[in-house]
Design a protein around this ligand. Sequence first.
Ligand SMILES: Cc1ncc(COP(=O)(O)O)c(C=O)c1O
Length: 448
Amino acid sequence: MGPLLIWALAKSGVKRNKAINILFMFVRLVSLWLTIFPMAYYSIQNIPLTDLAKEFGTPLYVYDADKIREKISVLRGAFEGIDLTIKYAVKANTNLSILRLMRENGVDMDVVSPQELELGLIAGYEGSNITFTPSGVHFSEIEYAVSKGAIVNLDNLSVLEKFGQTYGSSQPCLIRIKPHVFGGGNEKIMTAHPESKFGISIHQKAEILAIVAKYNMNVVGLHQHTGSDIKDGKTFEQAASALFDFAFDFKDLQIIDLGGGFKVPYSPEDPGVNMKEVGQIMSNAFSSFCAKYGRELRLWVEPGKFLVSESGTFLTETNVIKRDPVKTFVGINSGLNHLIRPMMYGSYHYIFNASNQDASKQENYRVTGYICETDTFSFDLKGKENERLLNEVKEGDIIALANAGAYGFTMASHYNSRFLPAEVMVDGGVARVIRKRETMEDILRNQE
Ligand SMILES: Cc1ncc(COP(=O)(O)O)c(C=O)c1O
């Protein structure tokens, strides 16, 4: 487009150098405009966020179905040529409408509890499309998953032994390995390092093989999940190659499961993972492993955030502005009861005033909740409590938090006896409620 613009300007009599300057000015203006007015953030499928807040009330989780479809297709495209199965890590967002959307788009499920499994079945999945990857659960939960036709990822030697005793060779299983790799956005979301509770240590191969041989177990796959918010292809490669080195002693493998953890962009300037590049790195490593192993295997990945994080926006309303000698607080009608990620992990959520797109008057605000704990939402990208430069906020304004599709609603609680937010999905330009707002009856249910 650039050369075309220069050519058009030159043709209309503007000197070449001047044309280049005009082009640069145009590019700068566009990028400035994109920084100040990230318009895409203010609406979902052309429905303004403020309209959604007005129609459905706040606090409100809103999901863009098209964004989820786009992310599924980006992920598939990144592993072109590989026999890939996407196992959505449903813990990120278990709303039935999202599960149905995943199923309609050929995405399988990875679950961590019998209840998540049940939700999958209700959403129309067959047990055989579901993987159960539990950690520290009672064996009866594993038996339940097997009874529903799900395949289980075993992550503990004693559980492996029990599985062998119970099912011998009759039931296929995967084994979750801890590859002793450090990877993840911060230490709370790293799951493959030596001290992590997840997986069986890569250094316990002899014990694993002894149990597998003792019960003639049908180990069809090996699994590892490094952690969350990983951007760097090298980390994925390192974890995968540890698993591949480990795999040669397992003769009947059909599946390699490399987990999830692909980092998403958290702000307009944050690029997130380069999925194409990471997919290429993982695909190459996987293909050369298959060649050495002597058989074509299936590759599984189990992303949560990558598929749903960006689809979600959390809409809240400004209850109060508190002007303090030290800081100005924006107090919204939510708190850690509805979105705990910032307080739990120091997670960053891009925050903006959906009621005011005029960037000519901005101020630094600390965005906080209404819960009787310190529930600050405005952590910076380094995970520190902070202020955000927002377009001027007035009481009643709709404050929106991006990247709310993953680990938002699913981690919400009734703390302070407040209702859970409602959830809305926008699909085909139409917004519909996919989880009703709660009432006092929901709080009272099951109480004496
Ligand atoms: C076993 C397993 N797989 C996949 C995921 C999904 O991770 P992410 O949402 O970062 O993709 C998790 C997250 O905790 C996990 O524990």
